[in-house]
Ligand binder design. Structure first.
Ligand SMILES: *Cc1c(COP(=O)(O)O)cnc(C)c1O
Ligand code: SF4
Length: 369
């Protein structure tokens, strides 16, 4: 036995804990029958599940206040009748993942980094997911063989420095699969950083075990990008999970999606960003404007509202607590910051800039010859 068994629970016990959490949660649409839903909601859930799977671990389910029909946790995971109302202009592949996919399970849009999809399954299915079409249509898990073409592609492209595991949720995979993927990517000398985009620390924090972080140790810098959308998701369990990952030496970042009825007020966003940084040690990275995923019009906000929220965050929070408000453009235009803009005007070297207090001030450039 390793000498540190006193510090960590035995791996088997740690794995039993998260497995129990999965088993006791909602694993299939029929499990919704045990929840206090109206008959209209139950019928809608049945219909919506045809478009996007239903899955919620017990730990996340337990955060729902069932007395509040507009509960922000519930809104993220329980299907709503509104999902069935698709609008013109919504898209199957809102950010053109498929168009920029030279080999299966890989998207290469920006020269220095690629998205790698080791699995199209998740520990929790979020109603607002912008990849739900892929998840439903493909539905495949991880196999070593499935990743071979993508790994060969990365080896052949020395400009790739960052590999982003996404999906699906990479941390829904077993430790052994993660260790295997890590070793393969680590063996490609030009890759410097491995990034993992995941909702597991939020929805299934018990899955962040000593065995999991051990699978991701080696030469590569490891960054975990979590996906918290509301301060109510920050609990003693998520705190423990993030501490484990920080102690393992991972850089922790968070991306949130701006969602109507979940986090579209300054109070909610401000508390979320503060608690992420101050309690979890997770740096708010992006605040995403809602993508054009199908059936999500009821959760989308207007861009002007998002800009006002981002401006208020900028004025109230420290730089390290502030995310960048971005829109992931259709057709693969990439993620662009969409404000607010502090430049009010310019005349040659004279600029007019709006301060955090709202006052517009002049600034004249002075540079050497
Ligand atoms: C989001 C995304 C990335 C990562 O972008 P960052 O701005 O570095 O976080 C890389 N490739 C694709 C195709 C993406 O959609
Ligand atoms: S965990 Fe990520 S990929 Fe999976 S459903 Fe949620 S947003 Fe989509």
């Amino acid at each position: 036995m390793p000498s540190d068994t006193k510090l960590h629970p035995a791996p088997a016990a740690a794995d039993a804990a998260w497995q129990a959490d999965v088993r006791a949660g909602v694993r299939h649409v029929r499990d919704l029958a045990s929840l206090p839903l109206s008959s209209a909601e139950r019928a809608a859930a049945q219909a919506a599940a045809a478009n996007h799977k239903v899955r919620v671990p017990k730990a996340y389910l337990d955060l729902i206040d069932w007395n509040d029909p507009a509960d922000p946790i519930r809104a993220q995971v329980i299907p709503s009748p509104d999902e069935l109302m698709e609008q013109d202009g919504e898209l199957d592949d809102p950010i053109a993942d498929h168009e920029f996919s030279p080999v299966p399970r890989l998207t290469h849009r920006h020269a220095d980094r690629v998205l790698l999809f080791p699995t199209y399954q998740c520990a929790v299915y979020c109603r607002f997911c912008f990849r739900k079409e892929s998840l439903t249509a493909i539905g495949r898990g991880y196999t070593r063989e499935a990743l071979e073409p993508a790994l060969a592609y990365i080896s052949d492209h020395p400009e790739i420095r960052e590999v982003i595991l996404t999906g699906g949720d990479p941390l829904s995979l077993p430790d052994k699969a993660l260790a295997e993927i890590f070793a393969r990517i680590e063996a490609i000398p030009h890759v410097r950083l491995l990034r993992i985009h995941t909702r597991v620390p939020v929805a299934l924090p018990s899955r962040i075990t000593p065995g999991l972080v051990a699978a991701l140790q080696g030469r590569l810098m490891v960054t975990i990008v979590t996906h918290f959308n509301h301060a109510r998701e920050i609990t003693p369990a998520t705190e423990t999970a993030c501490r484990t990952m920080r102690h393992a030496g991972f850089v922790l970042l968070n991306q949130s999606v701006l969602l109507k009825g979940v986090n579209d007020t300054i109070e909610v966003l401000e508390e979320l960003c503060r608690e992420l940084m101050y309690r979890l040690g997770v740096k708010p990275y992006y605040l995403h404007h809602g993508d054009l995923a199908r059936g999500m019009a009821h959760r989308r906000t207007m861009i002007a509202q998002g800009q006002a929220l981002a401006a208020a965050l900028r004025a109230r929070l420290s730089g390290i607590c502030n995310p960048v408000y971005v829109l992931d453009l259709p057709e693969g235009g990439g993620k662009v910051p969409i404000g607010p803009c502090y430049v009010e005007g310019r005349d040659g070297e004279s600029w007019r800039l709006r301060g955090l207090d709202g006052e517009v001030r002049g600034y004249t450039e002075v540079v050497g010859e």
